[in-house]
Design a protein around this ligand. Structure first.
Ligand code: PEP
Ligand code: MG
Length: 325
């Protein structure tokens, strides 16, 4: 029941055999923070900033963005706040800024590609985030990264923004951690190279499933092919974690799959650092974690990687979940 679940909000998120998996929240506005904190969120693993850009008739100013990021940082009182830079394009449009009509918008002019083509706008956002970093544990995350060049170019703009603020005497966190979303198969393939450039990865399963399986996440006609438990997807997840471990950086997961309780042994078995979830998913996922053994999860994953179909994998995960209940 809801009341029984609510009691779990303040319980530490630790497995019965003592391993931790942080549970953070996905938010699109500061308003959503209260519900997330009420559910015991240990931070924000994904602040989708595009709504700040969509809810108005022009690009938000540095000051407008700074106010929002700072308020979120302060409300979190030292808990991590991962702010994702603008992920516009794809299915998300701006009324006041014409983006080109595209045959394949999800493969098109969006996210970091837009930001790197409009460095003036990108720098405004980075300055706002940096200024807010003086008020909490702020971290920066770039979306849709496909190459080392993109990370370096983005970090170049970040360095410029830092240089400006420094010259203006404006305080900010000089060692602000920067990470990337892993949601493009190319990023999985070069994860070891990318891990040299950033402080953390966050796997965006919504896009990663779409691109791995070549299945448009918005196309209902082929939604039956949108299968997060496809053996290919699980191998992508494993490859990312292995690359990150070799380089000693943390991996989070922030796509919808993180909110599916059946997936818990995948995260524990692979050794994910943090799940970032919609506020409603935090407590059900925590309840599952509190009775899922990490040791058993690792053994289960050995079995899972021998299975050949998504259905076999789903059935095996469901049986495991039922047995742990
Ligand atoms: C994802 O792709 O999994 C993700 C978290 O980003 P978005 O859903 O905003 O594309
Ligand atoms: Mg995405």
């Amino acid at each position: 029941s809801r009341a029984r679940l609510q009691q779990l909000a303040q319980v530490p998120s630790v497995t019965p055999d003592g391993e931790t998996l942080e549970l953070a929240a996905n938010i699109s506005s500061v308003k959503e923070l209260d519900a997330a904190l009420g559910s015991g969120a240990q931070g924000v693993g994904l602040f989708r900033t595009e709504f700040l850009y969509m809810d108005r008739s022009r690009f938000p100013t540095e000051e407008e963005q700074y106010e929002v990021y700072r308020m979120a940082a302060e409300k979190l009182q030292g808990k991590p706040l991962i702010i994702r830079t603008l992920d516009i394009g794809g299915d998300k449009q701006l009324d006041y800024h014409e983006l080109p009509e595209e045959e394949n918008p999800f493969l098109g002019f969006r996210a970091i590609r837009f930001s790197l083509s409009r460095k003036d706008l990108f720098k405004v956002q980075l300055r706002a985030i940096l200024r807010a970093s003086a008020y909490g544990n702020v971290q920066i995350m770039y979306p849709l990264i496909a190459s080392v060049e993109e990370v370096r170019e983005a970090n170049g703009v970040l360095a410029e923004a830092m240089g400006e603020l420094e010259a203006e005497g404006v305080p900010f966190r000089k060692d602000v951690p920067t990470g990337i979303m892993i949601e493009v198969p190319a990023a999985v393939a070069v994860a070891e190279l990318l891990a040299e450039e950033v402080a953390f990865f966050s796997i965006g399963t919504n896009d990663l499933v779409q691109f791995t399986l070549a299945v448009d996440r918005m196309n209902e006609q082929i939604s039956y092919l949108y299968e997060p438990y496809h053996p290919a997807v699980l191998r992508m997840l494993r490859a990312v974690v292995q690359a990150a471990k070799r380089r000693g950086i943390q991996v989070n997961v922030c796509g919808e799959l993180a909110g599916d309780v059946r997936a818990m042994p995948i995260w524990l078995g692979l050794g994910i650092h943090e799940l970032s979830l919609s506020a409603q998913a935090i407590l059900p996922v925590k309840e599952t974690m509190l009775r899922t053994y990490a040791r058993e999860s690792r053994a289960l994953m050995e079995e899972i990687f021998k299975l050949r179909t998504a259905k076999e994998i789903r059935d095996r995960l469901e049986r495991f979940h039922a047995e742990a209940t």
